[in-house]
Design a protein around this ligand. Sequence first.
Ligand SMILES: *[C@@H]1O[C@H](CO)[C@@H](O)[C@H](O)[C@H]1NC(C)=O
Length: 235
Amino acid sequence: MSRILVLAAILAVCSSQKELNIKNEKCRTCNFLVHTFDEGLKKTARQHFAGGDTAWEEKNLGKYKTSETRLIEVLEGVCKKSSLPNMDKFTGISDIEFKCATQLEQREETIEEFYYNQQHNNMSIWLCVEQLKLCCPHGHYGKTCEKCPGLNEGSDACFGKGSCHGDGSREGSGKCKCEAGYSGNLCRHCDSEYFEESRTEKSVVCKRKTKFDTSRHRVRITLVGVAMVTVSKDL
Ligand SMILES: *[C@@H]1O[C@H](CO)[C@@H](O)[C@H](O)[C@H]1NC(C)=O
């Protein structure tokens, strides 16, 4: 009997963790594609003109900016780990290069459309959110990119005091996980041990209550002092 209970408890913990951990692989892989593509754009700009900032590029890249020659060079480094200075953002995705190459192959036309006509857009949003629909915009979650709690109230996701489960991905429950000190579905209440320092329609600031109640403490010191004086007089 108890063994069954233990097993049930383990299963419950496992399934709740599964609910919490979002892999968000397709979206992250798309962003890997975007980052490697972007590195290629920067690198080719530098190679062909000892170039610098974006404003400079706009002026001086001219025809080269959307030339096929450049696209071929950029594509050489796309989906390669070695194109990025570090992989910190993309840890935990196995075979990321292969998965990225698959996305690239399947949506080559869309990526070319970005290169030739949409470079003025943010590639991550244009490609991964709008075209491929692998990510949701910031503050949105789930299959249909629903709004995180708080957005309908005119505030940030979870009132800016917590994280919305699945934020930015096509996964998740949208539930807020509040920072320490905050509670409620929208993280707009203060936890016990905290007090409300300020509140507007769209935000709340909670501060930890001081454990040490100085006024009461002072009374006690005074009482102890009086007692000691009394005792010493008696002696
Ligand atoms: C594109 O948008 C993403 C998500 O909002 C942001 O993190 C990134 O910095 C933007 N990229 C550029 C080049 O502005």
